[in-house]
Design a protein around this ligand. Structure first.
Ligand code: NAP
Ligand code: 8YV
Length: 323
């Protein structure tokens, strides 16, 4: 029996490529040399391609869906799926799955690491030792976490993991979201008010239109000159121009960032500052976690093509497409 055909619109790491090739005929659209090669490949595979593999950061405009008229499902290698055209998928009865939960601990660890590295200036301290500056002077004093307030924007699966970890660092926890939750943390329905009361503001919401520029100039002004901003959500959640200005002007004390507005481009104005730590979107990037994410991507595809319900259909499509 011939294998179902899937198209990859994101890079496929070996641990994901291997099982995919085992169970499916895989077309590598991401690896196509140029626009002509992409167009030729699409024309060749469109009549037979039924599955797609995308990444958390993949952007698939609704009109691109028309390239694949027989598409049945998109398996996203990531928990975020803000680049997926959900309304068009609903209309065309295309399933979209993601990789929730398996990355919670890794991403929460990264948020805490960014918080510590930024407030305690550990990257600049490291450079200071390597430059031989310790032989001349002491490194300047930095800021504690203990006793301070962490304001979590988006207290979901990962946000709760961040809260648990920061409690162990003796921080107080407050959060902002659209809904109050049954948790022992202070709820704010106003982000400016949370920023005013927080010492470290940590973004971990989904991306997309609903959260675009949630962290704007007003929020940064409220965070103030002793406040730090950490972003492990999506670059779109913060107004990056406002953030650069806030760092330049000392409106906030510092920032720890894993995500950016136009990755892999990072504003050079953020480079080489002791109070800014920059990561290349690696919050989930360990062998263990990426393997678990890859396994879930393949499992969802295999379940679908075996005629069974997928494991992690995105909530917006529950009830709108077959499980
Ligand atoms: P989740 O469990 O769905 O939690 C999302 C949280 O955000 C919820 O608490 C939700 O609360 C809140 N939220 C959603 N829309 C909002 C809005 N419009 N305004 C304010 N709050 C909103 O998701 P998760 O698994 O924790 O993942 C969260 C996100 O983290 C992902 O979607 C992804 O973008 C990002 N992420 C990044 C990396 C990375 O590598 N840097 C890795 C993994 C995940 P309410 O519903 O009460 O508003
Ligand atoms: C990954 C992510 O970097 O899960 C997400 O939403 O942003 C990250 O875990 C990405 O999906 C890998 O392509």
């Amino acid at each position: 029996m011939s294998k179902p055909e899937v198209v990859a619109i994101a890079p496929l790491p070996a641990f994901l490529a291997k099982p995919l090739h085992e169970h499916f005929t895989v077309h590598d659209l991401y690896g196509a040399a140029d626009a002509d090669a992409r167009r030729d490949l699409i024309a060749r595979i469109a009549p037979t391609t039924r599955g797609m593999v995308a990444a958390g950061g993949s952007q698939l405009p609704p009109d691109r869906l028309a390239n694949f008229p027989h598409l049945e499902m998109i398996s996203v290698f990531g928990v975020g799926y803000d680049g997926m055209p959900l309304a068009a998928c609903r209309d065309a009865k295309i399933k979209v799955t993601n990789t929730p939960d398996v990355l919670n601990d890794e991403v929460a660890d990264t948020a805490v690491a960014l918080t510590l590295m930024t407030c305690r200036q550990f990257v600049a301290s490291h450079k200071f030792v390597e430059a031989g500056d310790w032989l001349k002077v002491q490194y300047p004093l930095t800021r504690s976490l203990w006793g301070k307030t962490a304001g979590i924007i988006g207290l979901g699966r990962i946000g709760k993991g961040i809260a648990e970890r920061l409690l162990a660092h003796k921080m107080k926890i407050a959060y902002f979201g659209r809904n109050r939750q049954d948790v022992p943390y202070a709820y704010y329905d106003n982000l400016v008010a949370l920023a005013r009361d927080a010492d470290v503001l940590i973004a971990i919401t989904p991306g997309g239109a609903a959260t675009r520029h949630l962290v704007n100039a007003d929020v940064l002004a409220a965070l103030g000159p002793t406040g730090y901003f950490v972003n492990v959500a999506r670059g779109s959640v913060a107004d990056e121009d406002a953030l650069v200005a806030a760092i330049n002007n000392g409106t906030i004390a510092g920032a720890g960032l894993d995500v950016f507005a136009a990755e892999p481009n990072v504003p050079a104005a953020l480079f080489n500052r002791p109070n800014v730590v920059l990561l290349p979107h690696v919050a989930s990037a360990t062998h263990e976690t990426r393997q678990a994410m890859g396994d879930l991507v393949v499992e969802n595809l295999r379940l679908h093509f075996a005629g069974k319900p997928v494991r992690t259909l995105v909530p917006e499509l529950v009830g709108a497409v077959a499980p």
